[in-house]
Design a protein around this ligand. Structure first.
Ligand code: GLY
Length: 423
């Protein structure tokens, strides 16, 4: 018997020795941040090589477009296909994410070179104020100019390019442009300027409300969020992609554009809803200007959706592009869900004492940081993540890197470290 016990103990010890030790989240995030330092600078070099009229410049701030300079030729990274960095102009909805990634890198490293790179890629977006824009001005300005304010302030950086007042002016004007899209009779902000719909509103629009909550008319944002809460959601807590409204607010139709079917759950749409309502609840928890009743309503919506999402994620946590499908994964939806779950947990930790939301976010982040998803240095067009999906029904951006996947991946990793106090 003693011999048997000894053998069992030895077996346990040797199994223990063989079991691979799980990488700590501190090590994992440091590994990703180090890669991001290299990739973001590499991406800048690829962009500069493509930029019209920019050949041979020194990459300094002074030669860049900005409030007084034309920004129509400015190129923003969008994806990488074949061996080509695919870019957009500043008008495309994703133009703020690379500046946003650069501001996160400045925040992480405190390096002056990242400050200058971030400024360089942020300034051209001021050109949006002179253009016809759509609801995405929220994404575009919050990821770029609002991050500038945030991180210049936290690092006490001298405001030697634009003053706080000038940046505030840009964000305020952007918020006015967004608020001008509000249709009071319908209680909703119009999303797109195109298409055959009367007033198309997509769930993604929830994300743009942060610009109004921080720099504009909070009441407009609240009305939009409440109308969306009434009309976009199904009984199970999931959301449709698009709702079309009559001028008086009557719902004309509910459908998908980027998901598999009208009644399926498009993964990124669920991610925008989760993050968007968690963000609105956080805003309403502001002790001075928030509304606790609205905070509860918005947290409830996000929690209900999280409860639907969590058991339906694949084992490794990264969703397929639509919850009804099992072909392509969407790393962007995974990153946004991870960031949204962490934000939601922070809003009301007592509601999830076992930290199930945090554990689910960790599972997603671990998978995204694995070789299956994380790029090798100086590959992937300078993007961090592989395997995202833009628009399968539109035959566009299938199984590619996407700039917003990287932005929310970094944000989620930073929030995770903050929650677990592992800085
Ligand atoms: N906001 C557009 C998208 O998520 O594809």
């Amino acid at each position: 018997m003693r011999r048997l016990l000894l053998l069992a103990a030895l077996a346990a010890v040797s199994c223990g020795a063989r079991a691979p030790k799980e990488e700590t989240m501190v090590h994992l995030s440091n590994r990703v941040f180090a890669l991001a330092e290299e990739q973001t600078v590499y991406m800048d070099s690829l962009l500069m090589a493509k930029m019209p009229g920019q050949a041979g410049h020194d990459g300094g701030v002074n030669v860049m477009a900005g409030p007084d300079r034309p920004s129509r030729d400015w190129l923003c990274p969008r994806t990488f296909q074949g061996d080509t960095l695919v870019t957009s102009d500043i008008g495309w909805w994703t133009s703020g994410f690379y500046p946003g990634v650069l501001w996160q890198m400045y925040s992480l490293t405190g390096k002056e070179s990242f400050h200058d790179l971030a400024v360089k890629h942020t300034l051209p977006l001021a050109g949006l104020l002179d253009r016809e824009t759509d609801h995405d001005i929220g994404f575009q300005l919050m990821c770029s100019f609002a991050q500038w304010v945030r991180y210049a302030y936290s690092h006490k950086h001298e405001m030697n390019v634009l003053s706080y007042d000038e940046i505030d002016g840009i964000l305020t004007k952007g918020a006015e442009k967004l608020a001008a899209r509000f249709i009071p009779e319908a209680g909703i902000i119009r999303s797109w300027n195109w298409g055959a719909w009367n007033i198309p509103v997509i769930i993604d629009n929830m994300m743009n409300l942060e610009l109004l909550m921080e720099y504009g008319d909070r009441e407009v944002a609240e009305k939009h969020a409440l109308t969306t809460a009434r009309n976009h959601f199904r009984d199970d807590g999931t959301t449709f992609h698009l709702v079309d409204y009559a001028d008086d607010g009557t719902v004309l139709g509910r459908q998908t554009v980027q998901g598999y079917a009208d009644d399926s759950a498009w993964a990124r749409g669920q991610a925008w809803a989760l993050y968007g309502y968690a963000m609105m609840a956080r805003e309403e928890q502001d002790p001075e200007i928030g509304h606790p009743d609205l905070a509860r309503t918005f947290n409830d919506i996000a929690f209900k959706l999280a409860e639907w999402i969590l058991p339906r994620l694949p084992e490794d946590g990264v969703p397929y592009w639509d919850f009804s499908q099992s072909d392509y994964r969407d790393a962007s939806a995974g990153a946004i869900i991870a960031a949204g779950l962490l934000d939601l947990w922070r809003n009301d930790p007592d509601r999830d004492p076992e930290k199930k939301l945090v554990a689910a976010a960790e599972r997603i982040l671990r998978t995204l940081a694995s070789p299956e998803y994380l790029a090798e240095p100086r590959t992937n067009g300078g993007f961090l993540l592989k395997h995202s999906v833009g628009n399968i029904p539109g035959h566009s951006e299938v199984d590619v890197p996407l700039t917003y996947a990287d932005y929310y991946f970094l944000e989620a990793l930073r929030n995770y470290r903050w929650i677990e106090k592992t800085e």
